[in-house]
Design a binder for this molecule. Structure first.
Ligand code: ATP
Ligand code: ZN
Length: 288
């Protein structure tokens, strides 16, 4: 029991679904249940701790969880307000992307932030940002309904998380400058029993494979031998491609992993230079 690796995951919210999905893609099997706080994997020595996202950095720092999946925004806020936090940020996971931005009521004529009242759930990040810019302002910490505060005389402006901007829009707010960009990240405790090291490394390496695979594509096409080099140079972030002779001696098949998406214009450029039978496939796992 002691040596089971514990991973802290948000119980319910914007990170939950994708956090569980990435762990499943890593081969960790478990049965989901909306009201469980503790989920035991059925095939690996791993337990999931289902908690509020705000608690994840501390649980990892205190070794109650060995790994955690949480937004960069939450990690930064906790690190700025508690320098004793013991955690390493390992990998950006590519989901729950958002930004922490200033916003003002649409009709407000804002000349400068100096001396304004700013409502936010991220007081440490906002203070750090203002200090760097040498701006003085009053920060009002509030959790929940931050968008409402400029309209009830609690604040002049706000700093809040934005993804599409539709929530700001529906609350009659205009987005101003961005304080930070954020996405879900994998964090690790700095100290853990050495017996756990190997399984923790396996999990980290599998997560890495899953995120690399998500951004990568496998491309195959046929080409005239003399065009092969020119066509290979059109491939985005291609690892040294495989060039295979075909029955027709004047042609080769080219196969390559590309570490980024392949867009239509790349396919069209390949075809306009003689590539045929272009096939682009998603990659499920990529381990280097
Ligand atoms: P909890 O109950 O776990 O404390 P919460 O209400 O603090 O949940 P959520 O709203 O579920 O948190 O957001 C979790 C994380 O999702 C945020 O900290 C942020 O990293 C990310 N996120 C992505 N897009 C948005 C968005 N538009 N608004 C808020 N958070 C977002
Ligand atoms: Zn939270």
């Amino acid at each position: 029991m002691e040596n089971r690796v514990k991973i802290a995951v948000q119980k319910s919210g914007r990170l939950s679904k994708d956090s569980l999905s990435i762990l499943k893609k890593c081969g960790i099997e478990f049965s989901e249940s909306s009201n469980k706080l503790f989920i035991k994997s059925t095939n690996m020595s791993i337990d999931l701790l289902m908690v509020r996202d705000d608690d994840i950095p501390k649980l990892v720092s205190q070794n109650i969880a060995d790994l955690g999946i949480v937004g960069e925004n939450v990690v930064k806020e906790k690190q700025l307000s508690d320098s004793s936090l013991q955690l390493n940020t390992l990998l950006k996971l590519g989901f729950s992307k958002c930004r922490l931005s200033f916003a003002k009521p649409k009709e407000m004529n804002l000349v400068e932030i100096q001396n304004k009242k700013i409502a936010t759930s991220y007081p440490a990040i906002v203070k750090n940002y203002l200090d760097k810019k040498n701006v003085t302002a009053e920060i009002i910490e509030i959790h929940g309904s931050v968008e409402l505060t400029p309209f009830v005389d609690i604040s002049d402006i706000i700093v809040d998380l934005v993804s599409t901007g539709s929530t700001l829009e529906s609350n009659n707010l205009t987005e101003l400058e961005t304080v930070m960009n954020s996405q879900a990240i994998l964090i690790q405790s700095k100290k853990f029993p050495s017996e756990k090291q190997s399984l923790i490394n396996t999990i980290i390496s599998r997560v890495n494979s899953v995120i690399e695979a998500k951004d990568s594509k496998y491309i195959m096409f046929n080409a005239n031998t003399e065009n092969a080099e020119e066509l290979i140079n059109l491939l985005p972030s291609a690892e040294s491609p495989t060039v295979i002779p075909l029955a027709d001696k004047s042609k080769v098949a080219i196969h390559s992993v590309c570490k980024e998406d392949i867009f239509w214009n790349t396919i069209e450029s390949l075809k306009s230079r003689g590539a045929t039978s272009v096939l682009v496939l998603p990659i499920e796992k990529l381990s280097n």
